[in-house]
Ligand binder design. Sequence first.
Ligand SMILES: C[S@@+](CC[C@H](N)C(=O)[O-])C[C@H]1O[C@@H](n2cnc3c(N)ncnc32)[C@H](O)[C@@H]1O
Length: 214
Amino acid sequence: MSGPDARAAYDAVATAYDAAFADELDAKPLDRALLTSFAELASSGTICDIGCGPGHVTCFLAGRHADVVGIDLSPAMVEIARQRAPDLSFTVGSILDLPVADDAWAGAVSLYSIIHLTPSDRTTACREFARVIRPGGWLLLAFHVDSPEFAVGAVNHLTSWLGQRVELDGYFLDPDDVSAQLEAAGFTVKARLEREPIDGVEYPSRRCYLLAER
Ligand SMILES: C[S@@+](CC[C@H](N)C(=O)[O-])C[C@H]1O[C@@H](n2cnc3c(N)ncnc32)[C@H](O)[C@@H]1O
């Protein structure tokens, strides 16, 4: 699932999600360092925040890079992102069918967005990343690996989140599997970081960050 259900879920929680997460990078120095490094690596050309949500990560990148855009499945999220950063371009679109030409971008980040894709849709997404990122360009992915409640490979089906009724699947992903999907799509994984959750700041999952070159 990542189509009508994910869109409806994120439309429903968009305002609450923004309130909960817009300032999250303040408490995440490692994430800031990764995003700063990414902006330097993909310095020449457009970079896209895919699954940008309310645009707070897009704005962080825009402070470090001259040409940043955002795409998200949820129109409500895109509307909040546009209000946050009227000077940036935000588009409604899906990871599974990105609305840009081949080799359009110098890089893309996609933080906690592939977590909503089925395994076969993740394969499609990796092919789309490879299609739209030019040779020599960069991709930074983040996803949940496991948590006290969920083992790697588990699916968390939410029916209620941030005070709203939703139908939303969240997958806990094996870094080896995602790395293999990226490599099969034409990327070379250049760096892999797994970290523990930050106590009291975020959902208590272990997280993985993959930096890949096209
Ligand atoms: C957990 S939020 C992460 C948002 C943001 N990247 C962040 O780090 O806060 C997941 C986001 O992915 C978006 N999303 C889910 N499925 C998508 C798809 N197929 N294409 C584009 N965006 C999608 C959702 O609308 C939501 O904004």
